[in-house]
Write a protein that binds this ligand. Structure first.
Ligand code: PEP
Ligand code: MG
Length: 574
């Protein structure tokens, strides 16, 4: 019987193959009581199991296979931290003694108690970490029950197999990388889950949050994974299969053709050079940026160095990270954004709870409230500027007062380094993000005090349209083509041209090939995006003629009505 399941499209492309069910069924923990004289041995058995799992994770972290996703080491660190937490590694021992029960039972009871605590956390990102807790606890449980490691995947059935799992942990993804699957689907996983982040970096068609795929799909069923629409078709008929084979072949051909563009200069038909830069989250992502021949790093979201840990990264640790990226990019620019936490990116060391986090003390507001954190980061950035083309970018500016305060602290950090005789680039450019309407409307005043501007369209859309970008109930209203959003972008670009200050776009709009020609027509020449999108966007640049696009873009900006805007966009993309 043919049926389809709908979930979240996590990674684009089409995969067709037979279902290979990944058995990760919850282990049923046995429950039995122990004599008092056996409790020490039971505690020791639990400790040994935790040690074995820790050793396995450390070993994996030390020998990350070539080609494994760059985020893997960070994710393994999270799992190691969870395992080291006394709530998981010590509390079960107390339960063994208090309840005189076996280690498996003590662990599973403790895990359930922890999961309940996680369920009540309001923050989506933190709540999703309950899956990480469960995955780590399952590993210890398997070890205890004599099932160390994962069920082996069957190489003979790979090739065009599609992995169907209830959930996948980051370390499962390594296995997945080593084996040659065509795609994968899971029941769980939100867009901010670690597995989703890894899935994108693997660039394999995948759909998540299907809820009951693992229960409804049988081993060997034919599956189509439509990673573009977020749909899975189970046991499709011959007509649907043919249609998707065609789509898949076209997709592969297009991807292959795209690789040829890697070394072509990025310029329009009428000779305008267009910078295509990469957004990165962690220092090691720089390899992917170089692999796509990015002309620079347009946005290094430095806050990822601050997440998933109990303490703050020291100035030294930050300096090493920034210097690594600057050196790797040899001579190409590296725009590093100062700490942008708060809102959906929460950190453990920040205990305050905002009534409305997206409008609360996030990004530069937090840094100005905690100047020692900001100064330590600025010192690290300036020190790293001695080793490459570093530019500093300030997020979420909304007033000149904030900008003046931030510039004063940067001045203070410079003064300290001079006194200490530490070398840095005195000319390190300072830029500001245009992410709130007030900043866009004040762009001229900002630009006079700054060296460059970067438009963060993800937040600019959120704040212009009053739509929480993390709330899927209003996701349909989140519209990059809203005339007000376009007007603010256009105004900022105009200010940049007038004052001779470079302006880039580093939000998701920059990596959306349907918007490339419109943005070019509006005068944008600096795009920064996830490295995986660079060649698709370059393809659009190469077929564009600014002389033709500029009047079309002007017409679209005046259109106002959504249907007209769509119509003009189609004309622009024709
Ligand atoms: C943006 O808001 O567009 C942006 C690039 O920053 P982030 O997505 O990290 O908020
Ligand atoms: Mg932002």
């Amino acid at each position: 019987m043919t049926f389809s399941l709908h979930g979240i499209a996590v990674s684009s492309g089409y995969a067709i193959g037979r279902a290979q069910l990944y058995s990760q069924d919850r282990l049923e923990a046995p429950h039995y009581l122990l004599r008092p004289e056996h409790l020490d041995a039971e505690v020791a058995r639990f400790t040994a199991a935790v040690e074995a799992v820790r050793a396995e994770m450390l070993e994996l972290r030390e020998h990350i296979p070539e080609g494994a996703p760059v985020e893997l080491s960070a994710f393994l660190n999270v799992h190691i931290l969870i395992l080291n937490d006394s709530m998981l590694s010590d509390a079960p021992k107390q339960r063994i003694r208090a309840d005189r029960c076996n280690a498996e039972w003590a662990l599973s009871q403790q895990t359930e108690a922890l999961i309940v605590q996680f369920e009540s956390i309001e923050d989506d990102y933190l709540r999703e970490r309950r899956n990480d807790v469960r995955q780590v606890a399952d590993k210890v449980l398997k070890e205890l029950m004599g099932h160390p490691g994962h069920a082996p995947l069957k190489p003979a059935e790979e090739g065009d197999s599609i992995l169907v799992a209830h959930d996948l942990s980051p370390s499962d993804m390594v296995l997945f990388k080593r084996h040659d699957f065509a795609g994968f689907i899971t029941d769980l996983g939100g867009t901010t889950s670690h597995t989703a982040i890894l899935a994108r970096s693997l660039s394999l068609p995948s759909v998540m949050a299907l809820h009951s795929a693992r229960a409804l799909i049988q081993e060997g069923d034919w599956l189509i994974v439509d990673g573009v629409a977020g749909v899975v078709i189970v046991n499709p008929d011959a007509g649907i299969l043919d249609e998707y084979r065609l789509r898949r072949n076209q997709w592969h051909l297009e991807q292959k053709k795209l690789r040829r563009l890697k070394t072509s200069p990025s310029a329009t038909l009428d000779g305008l050079e267009v910078e295509l830069q990469a957004n990165i989250d962690l220092p090691n992502d720089v390899g992917q940026a170089l692999g796509e021949n990015a002309s620079g790093i347009g946005l290094f979201r430095s806050e990822f160095l601050f997440l998933n840990r109990d303490d703050l990264p020291s100035e030294e640790e930050q300096f090493e990270a920034y210097r690594h990226v600057a050196r790797e990019m040899v001579g190409r620019c590296v725009v590093i954004r100062t700490l942008d936490v708060g809102a959906d990116k929460s950190v453990r060391w920040l205990h305050e709870k905002s009534v409305n986090p997206a409008l609360g003390r996030r990004a530069i507001r937090l840094c100005l409230a905690e100047p020692q954190i900001f100064i330590s980061q600025i010192r690290a950035l300036l020190r790293a500027s001695h080793y490459g083309q570093i530019k500093i970018l300030l997020p979420m500016l909304s007033s000149l007062t904030e900008l003046d305060q931030a510039l004063a602290l940067i001045g203070a950090a410079r003064g300290m380094l001079r006194v200490e005789g530490i070398p840095f680039d005195e000319e390190t450019p300072i830029g500001g993000m245009i992410e709130v309407p007030a900043a866009a409307l004040s762009a001229e005043w900002f630009a006079k005090k700054l060296d460059f501007l970067s438009i963060g369209t993800n937040d600019l859309i959120q704040y212009t349209l009053a739509i929480d970008r993390t709330d899927d109930t209003v996701a349909h209203l989140y519209d990059p083509l809203h005339p007000s959003v376009l007007a603010l972008i256009s105004h900022t670009l105009m200010v940049g041209r007038k004052l001779g200050k470079p302006v880039s776009v580093c939000g998701e709009m920059a990596g959306d090939p349907r918007l490339t020609r419109l943005l070019l027509g509006m005068g944008l020449t600096r795009f920064s995006m996830h490295p995986a999108h660079i060649l698709t966007v370059k393809q659009q640049v190469l077929r564009s003629h600014i002389g033709e696009l500029a009047p079309q873009a002007r017409k679209l900006l005046r259109a106002g009505r959504p249907d007209r805007i769509q119509e003009y966009l189609e004309q622009i993309n024709r």
